[in-house]
Design a protein around this ligand. Structure first.
Ligand code: GAF
Length: 384
């Protein structure tokens, strides 16, 4: 459950000996389905979770920026000139990157310095978008105190730009979009090409179901390694197939892709093309109240990520297998992969037993103890 404002407020007052101008909050996310489709201009279906970043912020009259967090150690000081020279580092790259990206995309905006204290209960490095939660909390706050009036899609684009440039992670726009467009009891169905959004009611609660998240504690890194490699394979595949993005292919194009591409690139393309189709079918199933079909699509999505996109790890597969053996409607890894979290949709009264099973499986294999918890679809970024 999302914490109150005490953490950020208390830290602000002790650090800056002043009252903040206000509090802003932005959630992390889980992705129900649609993985590695966002940077291929495709479809995603995440929801904002009830774990969030809360910030206390006050604008200043000069260009100075002072940042402190409950997780990042000592006070960090900077200023707008340094930000415009792209001088970022550590966790402060997220808020400073947002201040930079607003300036880059809106050169006329009257930016000023600010003091900010950041608190978060989104687990870091778990693939639940703790970074997007910081970016979006800061973006909504700066939009308010600088009086710009950005719309939600533009806030998400600013967060993505900060992530790509200040942090150096070549990620898509899903996480920031989930954090700004989230609504209670609904998933965010996003077309990553047009940024058209539709809220899809989930009805898990009414059906007696919960979404269990298991943090495997296997940490991932999106700035380097596998994530970047997968993105490049997708771009190669689209170019070889003569389309602007993999979004422009359908399953009918797969035989041609099979003939044209090397085996690895083909399997990367196949995952993205079939995953886009699964997102569209999931939205239809959810609208029809067919949670059984939706669960099957979650399972199929996991198999595709494990076998074709090759971004799962044994710990994620073990959670999915335990969930399937326990009778979950569906289970899959969520997020960028190579670690992080898996999710399972199952009857509420079976969640504790599955959580205990998973902890036992990990202990038997000598893996780090996993952390299971349930999440609720929650409201997106906002002023408190
Ligand atoms: C990470 C990225 F940040 C997202 O943009 C998305 O690509 C996701 O991995 C995979 O679906 O969360």
């Amino acid at each position: 459950m999302t914490a109150g404002t005490e953490g950020a407020g208390g830290l602000f007052r002790t650090t800056f000996a002043a009252e903040p101008a206000g509090f802003w909050r932005a959630p992390g996310r889980v992705n129900l389905i649609g993985e590695h489709t966002d940077y291929n201009d495709g479809f995603v279906l995440p929801f904002a979770i009830d774990r969030a970043t809360t910030i206390a912020l006050a604008p200043r009259d000069d260009g100075r920026i002072r940042l402190v967090s409950t997780f990042g150690g000592a006070l960090v000081e900077s200023d707008l000139d340094a930000v415009d020279r792209r001088d970022f580092g550590g966790w402060s790259a997220y808020p400073l990157g947002v201040a930079w990206a607003i300036g880059e995309r809106h050169p006329g905006a009257a930016r000023r310095g600010f003091d900010v204290a950041v608190d978060s209960d989104v687990p870091v490095g778990a693939g639940l978008s703790s970074s997007a939660a910081i970016e979006m909390a800061v973006a909504v706050a700066l939009d308010d105190v600088w009086g710009i009036g950005l719309d939600r899609a533009e806030l998400a684009r600013i967060g993505q730009r900060a992530e790509n440039i200040a942090v150096g992670a070549p990620t898509g726009i899903m996480d920031q979009s989930a954090s700004v467009f989230g609504e209670r009891d609904a998933a965010v169905f996003l077309d990553c090409r047009s940024l058209a959004v539709e809220q899809v009611p989930l009805g898990f609660d009414a059906a007696g179901l919960v979404l269990l998240v298991v943090d495997t504690k296997v940490e991932h890194q999106h700035a380097t390694g596998g994530y970047r490699d997968r993105r490049e394979a997708c771009e190669r595949g689209a170019e070889a197939m003569g389309v602007p993005a993999l979004r422009d292919l359908t399953v009918d194009d797969l035989p041609r892709a099979r003939a044209l591409l090397d085996d690895v690139t083909y399997r990367r393309v196949k995952h993205v093309v079939t995953e886009d189709a699964r997102v569209l079918e999931s939205v239809a199933a959810l609208k029809a109240g067919d949670l059984v079909r939706f669960g099957e699509l979650m399972d199929a999505s996991h198999a595709s990520m494990r076998d074709d996109f090759e971004i799962s790890v044994p710990q994620l597969d073990a959670v999915v297998e335990a969930a399937q053996a326990a009778g979950a409607l569906g289970a899959r890894m969520t997020g960028g992969g190579f670690g992080g979290c898996a999710i399972a949709l199952l009857p509420a009264d079976e969640a504790d037993a599955l959580a205990a099973d998973v902890v036992q499986v990990f202990a038997d294999r000598g893996w780090h103890e996993p952390v299971p918890f349930t999440v609720l679809p929650s409201e997106g970024a906002r002023a408190l």
